[in-house]
Write a protein that binds this ligand. Sequence first.
Ligand SMILES: [Zn+2]
Length: 219
Amino acid sequence: MKKLISGIHRFRDRYWSEYREVFEHLAANGQNPDALFITCCDSRLDPTFLTRAKPGDLFVVRNMGNFVPPYREGQPDVTGVGAAVEYAVDFLRVKDIIVCGHTDCGSVKALYDDRARYEEGRTPHIAEWLKLGDRTLRVVAAGYPDLGHEERLAVAFEENVLVQLENLCTYPVVQRAISEGLLHVHAWFFHIASGTVYDYNPAMEQYEPIHYERKGPKG
Ligand SMILES: [Zn+2]
């Protein structure tokens, strides 16, 4: 806790003066974020840190496993993800939605655990939550039937992002905004050990590293 409090002091001492005008503008005009960023709770993946976004740039949803419950007519979503998606698209008019997963995701690993231990223990909410990853299990089992546990996990970390992106695209507000050319959706994957962020290329059916091309000297 001391570390967090001293962080607040540093924020006030060093960064506040730098960002004062940004915050004053945001306070006076409200938020107008560019993108909705849906990612995992994992402490190693920080969307703002990763993208060097400024306050006001990103509308962020985080949950364990970056799960997006599919839209169900007549069955309101109570996880809060659906409401955030609708608000971001229909009210904030974000231009992009990113679903970002990562290596070594504990939630994806937990999908393959003996789930009974969550149900029988003191963590019934975890057991219920993990059901949102069941489709990932089915997709991986169908597409990669012969993999060993570690290889299967590596595939599942990445496939889970694509499954959740598909779920995202079941929301009518998302479908409408995409069809009107107002919204683009992206599957990103963060490799923790190398610090590399990958973007899924649907045409190539593979993740490709997002490269920053440095501008060389002129001439
Ligand atoms: Zn995770």
